[in-house]
Design a protein around this ligand. Sequence first.
Ligand code: SF4
Length: 308
Amino acid sequence: MGKTAKKKIILAGKRGFCSGVKNALFLVEKVLAEAAEEDTEKRICVLHEIVHNDAIVNSLRKKGIIFIDEPEEAVNASTLIFSAHGVSPDVEKRSEKVCKNIVDATCPIVKKLHKTAEDFEKRNLSILLLGKRGHRETEGIAGRVEGKVTILQDENEVKSFLASLSSEEKKKTPFGCLSQTTMSAGLVKKMKELLAEKLANLEIAADVCYATKERQDAVKFLAQKCDMVFVAGSEKSSNSRRLVEIVKDCGKMSFLVPDPEKFVFPDLSKCETVGITSGASAPEYHVETLVKRLLDTDEFYLMENTEE
Ligand code: SF4
Protein backbone atom coordinates (compact mmCIF):
# COMPACT_ATOMS: atom_id res chain seq x y z
CA MET A 1 0.00 0.00 0.00
CA GLY A 2 1.32 3.44 -0.89
CA LYS A 3 1.87 5.82 2.06
CA THR A 4 -0.60 8.34 0.68
CA ALA A 5 -3.23 5.79 -0.28
CA LYS A 6 -6.61 6.97 0.97
CA LYS A 7 -8.99 5.32 -1.39
CA LYS A 8 -10.49 1.95 -0.60
CA ILE A 9 -10.91 -1.21 -2.63
CA ILE A 10 -13.61 -3.53 -1.29
CA LEU A 11 -14.08 -7.05 -2.58
CA ALA A 12 -17.45 -8.79 -2.74
CA GLY A 13 -17.70 -11.57 -0.17
CA LYS A 14 -19.31 -13.94 -2.64
CA ARG A 15 -17.76 -13.88 -6.08
CA GLY A 16 -16.18 -16.03 -8.75
CA PHE A 17 -16.48 -19.70 -9.59
CA CYS A 18 -19.70 -21.42 -8.54
CA SER A 19 -19.89 -25.15 -7.80
CA GLY A 20 -21.19 -25.90 -11.33
CA VAL A 21 -18.22 -24.21 -12.99
CA LYS A 22 -15.74 -25.83 -10.60
CA ASN A 23 -17.27 -29.23 -11.33
CA ALA A 24 -17.13 -28.71 -15.12
CA LEU A 25 -13.50 -27.57 -15.04
CA PHE A 26 -12.55 -30.44 -12.75
CA LEU A 27 -14.04 -32.93 -15.23
CA VAL A 28 -12.19 -31.42 -18.19
CA GLU A 29 -8.87 -31.45 -16.31
CA LYS A 30 -9.52 -35.06 -15.28
CA VAL A 31 -10.06 -36.12 -18.91
CA LEU A 32 -6.87 -34.26 -19.90
CA ALA A 33 -4.89 -35.93 -17.09
CA GLU A 34 -6.13 -39.40 -18.06
CA ALA A 35 -5.18 -38.78 -21.69
CA ALA A 36 -1.72 -37.60 -20.63
CA GLU A 37 -1.24 -40.77 -18.54
CA GLU A 38 -2.08 -42.98 -21.50
CA ASP A 39 0.47 -41.03 -23.49
CA THR A 40 -1.38 -41.31 -26.80
CA GLU A 41 -2.63 -38.56 -29.06
CA LYS A 42 -6.30 -38.00 -28.14
CA ARG A 43 -8.91 -35.78 -29.68
CA ILE A 44 -10.89 -34.35 -26.77
CA CYS A 45 -13.87 -32.20 -27.72
CA VAL A 46 -16.06 -29.95 -25.62
CA LEU A 47 -19.48 -29.11 -27.01
CA HIS A 48 -19.87 -25.32 -26.69
CA GLU A 49 -17.68 -23.27 -24.39
CA ILE A 50 -17.28 -25.23 -21.17
CA VAL A 51 -18.08 -22.03 -19.26
CA HIS A 52 -18.60 -18.51 -20.59
CA ASN A 53 -15.11 -17.14 -20.06
CA ASP A 54 -12.59 -16.49 -22.83
CA ALA A 55 -9.51 -16.76 -20.59
CA ILE A 56 -10.52 -20.22 -19.40
CA VAL A 57 -11.55 -21.41 -22.85
CA ASN A 58 -8.28 -20.17 -24.38
CA SER A 59 -6.16 -21.79 -21.68
CA LEU A 60 -7.94 -25.13 -22.26
CA ARG A 61 -7.42 -24.72 -26.02
CA LYS A 62 -3.71 -24.43 -25.37
CA LYS A 63 -3.87 -27.72 -23.48
CA GLY A 64 -5.38 -29.38 -26.57
CA ILE A 65 -9.13 -29.17 -25.96
CA ILE A 66 -11.16 -28.66 -29.14
CA PHE A 67 -14.34 -26.61 -28.71
CA ILE A 68 -17.12 -27.48 -31.14
CA ASP A 69 -20.59 -26.09 -31.89
CA GLU A 70 -22.33 -29.23 -33.14
CA PRO A 71 -21.99 -32.86 -31.93
CA GLU A 72 -21.22 -34.05 -35.49
CA GLU A 73 -17.88 -32.21 -35.30
CA ALA A 74 -16.79 -34.74 -32.67
CA VAL A 75 -16.06 -37.41 -35.31
CA ASN A 76 -12.99 -39.40 -34.21
CA ALA A 77 -13.01 -37.78 -30.78
CA SER A 78 -11.90 -40.03 -27.94
CA THR A 79 -14.08 -38.04 -25.52
CA LEU A 80 -16.89 -35.55 -25.94
CA ILE A 81 -17.66 -33.33 -22.96
CA PHE A 82 -20.95 -31.44 -22.48
CA SER A 83 -20.67 -27.96 -21.02
CA ALA A 84 -22.01 -26.80 -17.62
CA HIS A 85 -25.10 -25.29 -19.32
CA GLY A 86 -26.53 -28.65 -20.33
CA VAL A 87 -27.92 -29.97 -23.61
CA SER A 88 -31.24 -31.19 -25.04
CA PRO A 89 -32.03 -34.92 -25.60
CA ASP A 90 -31.70 -34.32 -29.34
CA VAL A 91 -28.11 -33.16 -28.84
CA GLU A 92 -27.49 -36.13 -26.51
CA LYS A 93 -28.69 -38.58 -29.18
CA ARG A 94 -26.65 -36.95 -31.94
CA SER A 95 -23.60 -36.99 -29.68
CA GLU A 96 -23.97 -40.69 -28.86
CA LYS A 97 -23.94 -41.46 -32.59
CA VAL A 98 -20.52 -39.90 -33.10
CA CYS A 99 -18.70 -40.55 -29.84
CA LYS A 100 -18.80 -43.53 -27.46
CA ASN A 101 -17.21 -41.76 -24.53
CA ILE A 102 -19.33 -38.84 -23.34
CA VAL A 103 -18.61 -36.91 -20.16
CA ASP A 104 -21.56 -34.85 -18.99
CA ALA A 105 -20.38 -31.71 -17.16
CA THR A 106 -23.90 -30.25 -16.92
CA CYS A 107 -24.32 -28.52 -13.56
CA PRO A 108 -26.53 -30.67 -11.26
CA ILE A 109 -28.75 -27.63 -10.65
CA VAL A 110 -29.42 -27.30 -14.39
CA LYS A 111 -30.09 -31.05 -14.55
CA LYS A 112 -32.70 -30.63 -11.86
CA LEU A 113 -34.41 -28.00 -14.03
CA HIS A 114 -34.39 -30.48 -16.93
CA LYS A 115 -36.21 -33.01 -14.73
CA THR A 116 -38.73 -30.42 -13.58
CA ALA A 117 -39.51 -29.45 -17.19
CA GLU A 118 -40.03 -33.14 -18.04
CA ASP A 119 -42.24 -33.56 -14.98
CA PHE A 120 -44.33 -30.51 -15.95
CA GLU A 121 -44.85 -31.96 -19.40
CA LYS A 122 -45.89 -35.38 -18.04
CA ARG A 123 -48.47 -33.61 -15.91
CA ASN A 124 -49.75 -31.60 -18.90
CA LEU A 125 -48.76 -28.23 -17.52
CA SER A 126 -48.13 -25.42 -20.02
CA ILE A 127 -44.50 -24.52 -19.46
CA LEU A 128 -43.33 -20.95 -18.94
CA LEU A 129 -39.58 -20.44 -18.87
CA LEU A 130 -38.24 -17.16 -17.54
CA GLY A 131 -34.94 -16.75 -19.35
CA LYS A 132 -33.03 -15.40 -22.30
CA ARG A 133 -33.89 -16.75 -25.74
CA GLY A 134 -30.89 -18.35 -27.45
CA HIS A 135 -28.93 -18.96 -24.22
CA ARG A 136 -27.51 -22.49 -24.11
CA GLU A 137 -29.15 -23.25 -20.78
CA THR A 138 -32.58 -22.04 -21.94
CA GLU A 139 -32.29 -24.04 -25.17
CA GLY A 140 -31.26 -27.12 -23.19
CA ILE A 141 -34.25 -26.84 -20.85
CA ALA A 142 -36.77 -26.09 -23.62
CA GLY A 143 -35.34 -28.99 -25.63
CA ARG A 144 -36.13 -31.48 -22.83
CA VAL A 145 -39.83 -31.41 -23.68
CA GLU A 146 -41.69 -32.13 -26.90
CA GLY A 147 -44.46 -29.59 -26.41
CA LYS A 148 -44.26 -25.83 -26.59
CA VAL A 149 -42.26 -23.87 -24.04
CA THR A 150 -43.07 -20.18 -23.75
CA ILE A 151 -39.90 -18.23 -23.06
CA LEU A 152 -40.41 -14.90 -21.31
CA GLN A 153 -37.41 -12.59 -21.09
CA ASP A 154 -38.64 -9.66 -19.02
CA GLU A 155 -41.65 -7.99 -17.40
CA ASN A 156 -42.92 -6.57 -20.71
CA GLU A 157 -42.98 -10.00 -22.27
CA VAL A 158 -44.86 -11.36 -19.26
CA LYS A 159 -47.44 -8.58 -19.63
CA SER A 160 -47.85 -9.21 -23.39
CA PHE A 161 -48.17 -12.93 -22.77
CA LEU A 162 -50.86 -12.40 -20.12
CA ALA A 163 -52.70 -10.01 -22.43
CA SER A 164 -52.74 -12.70 -25.13
CA LEU A 165 -54.65 -15.15 -22.90
CA SER A 166 -58.43 -15.30 -22.62
CA SER A 167 -59.97 -15.04 -19.16
CA GLU A 168 -60.94 -18.71 -19.48
CA GLU A 169 -57.30 -19.66 -20.14
CA LYS A 170 -56.14 -17.61 -17.18
CA LYS A 171 -58.62 -19.39 -14.94
CA LYS A 172 -58.33 -22.96 -16.15
CA THR A 173 -55.02 -23.66 -17.88
CA PRO A 174 -52.48 -25.30 -15.56
CA PHE A 175 -49.11 -23.54 -15.93
CA GLY A 176 -45.68 -24.59 -14.67
CA CYS A 177 -43.04 -21.89 -14.34
CA LEU A 178 -39.24 -22.33 -14.35
CA SER A 179 -36.42 -19.84 -14.53
CA GLN A 180 -32.95 -19.82 -16.06
CA THR A 181 -30.44 -20.12 -13.22
CA THR A 182 -28.51 -16.92 -13.98
CA MET A 183 -31.38 -14.43 -14.34
CA SER A 184 -31.60 -11.46 -12.01
CA ALA A 185 -33.29 -12.70 -8.81
CA GLY A 186 -35.14 -9.37 -8.50
CA LEU A 187 -36.44 -9.52 -12.07
CA VAL A 188 -37.53 -13.14 -11.73
CA LYS A 189 -39.41 -12.26 -8.54
CA LYS A 190 -41.29 -9.44 -10.31
CA MET A 191 -42.10 -11.62 -13.31
CA LYS A 192 -43.43 -14.39 -11.08
CA GLU A 193 -45.56 -11.94 -9.13
CA LEU A 194 -47.13 -10.67 -12.37
CA LEU A 195 -47.89 -14.22 -13.45
CA ALA A 196 -49.23 -15.27 -10.05
CA GLU A 197 -51.54 -12.25 -9.98
CA LYS A 198 -53.37 -13.31 -13.15
CA LEU A 199 -53.00 -17.07 -13.46
CA ALA A 200 -55.25 -19.10 -11.17
CA ASN A 201 -53.47 -22.39 -11.74
CA LEU A 202 -49.75 -21.66 -11.61
CA GLU A 203 -47.05 -23.92 -10.18
CA ILE A 204 -43.72 -22.21 -9.61
CA ALA A 205 -40.64 -24.40 -9.38
CA ALA A 206 -37.04 -23.53 -8.59
CA ASP A 207 -35.67 -20.03 -8.58
CA VAL A 208 -32.39 -18.64 -9.89
CA CYS A 209 -29.65 -20.83 -8.41
CA TYR A 210 -28.18 -20.22 -4.95
CA ALA A 211 -24.78 -19.15 -6.38
CA THR A 212 -26.38 -16.55 -8.64
CA LYS A 213 -28.47 -15.20 -5.77
CA GLU A 214 -25.48 -15.02 -3.40
CA ARG A 215 -23.37 -13.12 -5.94
CA GLN A 216 -26.23 -10.74 -6.74
CA ASP A 217 -26.94 -10.05 -3.05
CA ALA A 218 -23.22 -9.48 -2.40
CA VAL A 219 -22.86 -6.99 -5.28
CA LYS A 220 -25.97 -5.10 -4.15
CA PHE A 221 -24.40 -4.74 -0.72
CA LEU A 222 -21.10 -3.69 -2.29
CA ALA A 223 -22.81 -1.09 -4.50
CA GLN A 224 -24.15 0.67 -1.40
CA LYS A 225 -20.60 1.17 -0.09
CA CYS A 226 -18.79 2.04 -3.32
CA ASP A 227 -18.73 4.80 -5.92
CA MET A 228 -17.97 2.33 -8.68
CA VAL A 229 -17.91 -1.47 -9.05
CA PHE A 230 -15.82 -3.53 -11.46
CA VAL A 231 -17.11 -6.95 -12.45
CA ALA A 232 -14.55 -9.41 -13.79
CA GLY A 233 -16.37 -11.51 -16.36
CA SER A 234 -16.94 -12.17 -20.02
CA GLU A 235 -19.45 -10.40 -22.28
CA LYS A 236 -20.96 -13.81 -22.96
CA SER A 237 -21.54 -14.51 -19.28
CA SER A 238 -25.17 -13.79 -18.36
CA ASN A 239 -24.50 -13.82 -14.65
CA SER A 240 -21.58 -11.37 -14.96
CA ARG A 241 -23.60 -8.91 -17.05
CA ARG A 242 -26.39 -9.17 -14.49
CA LEU A 243 -24.00 -8.09 -11.71
CA VAL A 244 -23.19 -4.92 -13.69
CA GLU A 245 -26.92 -4.22 -14.21
CA ILE A 246 -27.61 -4.64 -10.48
CA VAL A 247 -24.97 -2.05 -9.55
CA LYS A 248 -26.36 0.37 -12.14
CA ASP A 249 -29.87 -0.18 -10.76
CA CYS A 250 -28.47 0.91 -7.39
CA GLY A 251 -27.46 4.20 -9.04
CA LYS A 252 -23.71 3.49 -9.13
CA MET A 253 -21.31 3.16 -12.04
CA SER A 254 -20.25 -0.33 -13.01
CA PHE A 255 -17.99 -1.84 -15.68
CA LEU A 256 -17.67 -5.37 -17.00
CA VAL A 257 -14.01 -6.40 -17.24
CA PRO A 258 -13.44 -9.28 -19.66
CA ASP A 259 -9.66 -8.81 -19.71
CA PRO A 260 -8.20 -7.25 -16.53
CA GLU A 261 -4.71 -6.84 -18.02
CA LYS A 262 -5.93 -4.71 -20.89
CA PHE A 263 -8.83 -2.99 -19.19
CA VAL A 264 -8.68 0.81 -19.41
CA PHE A 265 -9.86 2.20 -16.08
CA PRO A 266 -12.30 5.10 -16.24
CA ASP A 267 -11.49 8.36 -14.43
CA LEU A 268 -11.16 7.37 -10.76
CA SER A 269 -10.29 10.82 -9.45
CA LYS A 270 -13.70 11.32 -7.85
CA CYS A 271 -13.92 7.78 -6.45
CA GLU A 272 -13.24 7.24 -2.77
CA THR A 273 -14.21 3.59 -2.74
CA VAL A 274 -14.28 1.06 -5.55
CA GLY A 275 -15.74 -2.43 -5.37
CA ILE A 276 -14.59 -5.52 -7.23
CA THR A 277 -16.48 -8.73 -7.85
CA SER A 278 -16.51 -11.47 -10.47
CA GLY A 279 -19.07 -13.59 -12.28
CA ALA A 280 -19.52 -17.30 -11.61
CA SER A 281 -17.27 -18.23 -14.53
CA ALA A 282 -14.44 -15.73 -13.93
CA PRO A 283 -11.17 -16.95 -12.39
CA GLU A 284 -9.99 -15.35 -9.14
CA TYR A 285 -6.72 -14.22 -10.72
CA HIS A 286 -8.76 -11.72 -12.76
CA VAL A 287 -9.88 -10.10 -9.49
CA GLU A 288 -6.28 -10.19 -8.22
CA THR A 289 -5.03 -8.51 -11.40
CA LEU A 290 -7.53 -5.67 -11.03
CA VAL A 291 -6.60 -5.22 -7.37
CA LYS A 292 -2.89 -5.18 -8.20
CA ARG A 293 -3.32 -2.60 -10.94
CA LEU A 294 -5.22 -0.29 -8.58
CA LEU A 295 -2.68 -0.81 -5.76
CA ASP A 296 0.13 0.00 -8.20
CA THR A 297 -1.30 3.52 -8.60
CA ASP A 298 -0.47 4.08 -4.89
CA GLU A 299 -3.84 5.76 -4.49
CA PHE A 300 -5.72 2.74 -3.20
CA TYR A 301 -5.49 0.28 -0.35
CA LEU A 302 -7.33 -3.01 -0.07
CA MET A 303 -9.81 -3.41 2.78
CA GLU A 304 -8.83 -6.56 4.63
CA ASN A 305 -12.32 -7.86 5.14
CA THR A 306 -14.40 -8.67 2.15
CA GLU A 307 -18.05 -7.67 2.23
CA GLU A 308 -20.98 -10.05 2.21
S1 SF4 B 1 -24.58 -20.51 -11.88
FE1 SF4 B 1 -25.69 -22.04 -10.63
S2 SF4 B 1 -26.71 -23.36 -12.11
FE2 SF4 B 1 -25.17 -22.20 -13.25
S3 SF4 B 1 -23.39 -23.56 -13.26
FE3 SF4 B 1 -23.19 -22.22 -11.47
S4 SF4 B 1 -24.10 -23.39 -9.73
FE4 SF4 B 1 -24.77 -24.32 -11.67
